[in-house]
Design a protein around this ligand. Sequence first.
Ligand SMILES: Nc1ncnc2c1ncn2[C@@H]1O[C@H](COP(=O)(O)OP(=O)(O)OP(=O)(O)O)[C@@H](O)[C@H]1O
Length: 689
Amino acid sequence: MDNVYILNNIGKGSVKVTITPTQHKTLSHLPKRQPVDLAFTDLTYKVQEGRKSNVKTILKSVSGRLRSGELTAIMGPSGAGKSTLLNILTGYKTSGMEGSITVNGMERNLSSFRKLSCYIMQDNQLHGNLTVEEAMGVATSLKLPSSTTRDEKEMLTETILHTLSLMEHRKTMTSNLSGGQKKRLSIALELVNNPPIMFFDEPTSGLDSSSCFQCISLLKTLASEGRTIICTIHQPSARLFEKFDHLYTLADGQCVYQGSTGRLVDWLGSLKLQCPSYHNPASFIIEVSCGEYGNNTGKLVRAIDNGNNDIRNGMPFPDQTPDYNNKKDMEVSLRAGSNWDKNDLSQVQEKFKDNNSNGANGHGNLQNGILQYATSEVSKGEPLSLQMDTDKQDNAAAALLGTEGSPERYATSEWKQFWVVLKRTLLFSRRDWTLMYLRLFAHILVGFLIGALYYDIGDDGSKVLSNLGFLFFNMLFLMYTSMTITILSFPLEMPVLVKEHFNRWYSLRSYYLAITVSDIPFQAIFCIIYVVIVYLLTSQPPVWFRFAMFLSSCLLISFVAQSVGLVVGAAMNVQNGVFLAPVMSVPFLLFSGFFVSFNAIPVYLRWITYLSYIRYGFEGTALATYSFNRTKLQCHAPYCHFKYPQTTLEDLDMEDADFALDIAALCLIFVLLRIFAFLFLRWKLKSTR
Ligand SMILES: Nc1ncnc2c1ncn2[C@@H]1O[C@H](COP(=O)(O)OP(=O)(O)OP(=O)(O)O)[C@@H](O)[C@H]1O
């Protein structure tokens, strides 16, 4: 409320002055979401180490409560298990885990949970070739339902950018943003659909102290609007530490402290661990956990029962799980608003009691975003459920029960996702100098070089062997250019894909289809330019149908090689891919029919020729050049052995070869490789988790 002051202005009577308190930047245009509390009980995480059945226990039956409206720090010495705990809570890691994780008192359903949460990883995982505004455009297109209008999306983008102080950088390429700005952009992108739970892996890493403070202040604001904000952090400064509401500390995979940051020193004092005056409590708890004051881990773990006990009363946290087998409980929960107990203002106040001492704004700050919704509904004095239509009740029930995911896994249809990712990839390609202009330049340059080397040999009966060398070189060039560019560029996409796919921006299918389709037109244009140059300069038969056959063989070879690049890029990293792909191509080159004709290959090795896509391409271009009753070639030498094209085909063992079969084989290999690449990609996504 505005404060009105009456000031006496000497000689002119009184003047009324209105002082409006500074407004917090708010996120009032975000979609409304329900607040969410997260609890975990007896969480154990084990990994298999080495080949032998050595099992390493990383998290040892830890428990904890992470509440909405609070900024929680997960701290601990290096190797204590912070990242592991975060990965498990986000659902990023699922195998090897035991124990229970509940969301608002209900057993977590991972599919529903991933729609409620977002995970912002340590390295910002942003596409460098987009401006801030474009990146936000992609996020709003993918993360908001299609029913959202363009104006609404723009307003939302503006609000978020304004709140996160990125408005003046909206035209800046993300690659040119500072570390702190990149971090804020990562948050801005995920804020689009207003997830009630946000996880951050070391959000302050790589930032200077001022940016660290800004970043944590921002997280604090997000939390004070009702979100559950959880982040791992390495030893924050005292000023930064004060910003956190809740602290969860791990040592050697066990919980040594869980509670408000304000109570930490007293709690440790009660266990005879006095924090020296003027010492940063955050450093002190880490030092204690590291054993610098003796071995106190066991004592701390027991005092808090490994995270089971509430330090406020030393008692175990109450069990919040409602009995949803009981239909009545379920009805009561939905109807009387008990499912959203967090919407009960009195409970919100209760929750924030602990933080008021800690400088938190309590519910005074909860005007916007999540709790605005909650409190406004309650303030009307009606139970929330009475204001929900039947559909909403069903959805709420499904989400709570976790028995079935909401019918829509993603905010938009797969067609829309495909279209948005395709447009984004085309934009990158246009802006990527290496990908586009260097490739174009290479095709033109090599085209003219080959044209000059094999100039006018196409119709010369004495130079047929050179012409076959030219045909083989075409295969080699097109194969390597399209394969290596994919091997080099595709793995770089992986971290962004992992983040965006995990945060439910799009399905892997739509992403894969979009990137598969996006490079085909460019590859086709480069290949056509190259083929036109070499075909004309080397004087291959000037017949349209032969040119079309020649071109289609070359096009298919480059598409197939690109697919090989995708398979390799999806299955391994750049270093391995760049070495292995050319090495693996050697057998295909040897069995292409250029070095050894089919009949000369030992019978037991002939099967390899059927797998060699180079063979089909080489055969296709050879048939386009010498088959289909081509008339005899010119001969400017005393004797031309290959004057008759039929002789060339006989020497190559291609007299019975079928061009249609070559094309069909290339198409089949193309489709199979694309399917393999998809399967590898899916496996890679799972295995990185
Ligand atoms: N897949 C794995 N195989 C073997 N050990 C693992 C595996 N994953 C994690 N660890 C071990 O588990 C322990 C906890 O790892 P984690 O990354 O969670 O620690 P952290 O607390 O985040 O450390 P830091 O602060 O240094 O990042 C470490 O000792 C680590 O070596």
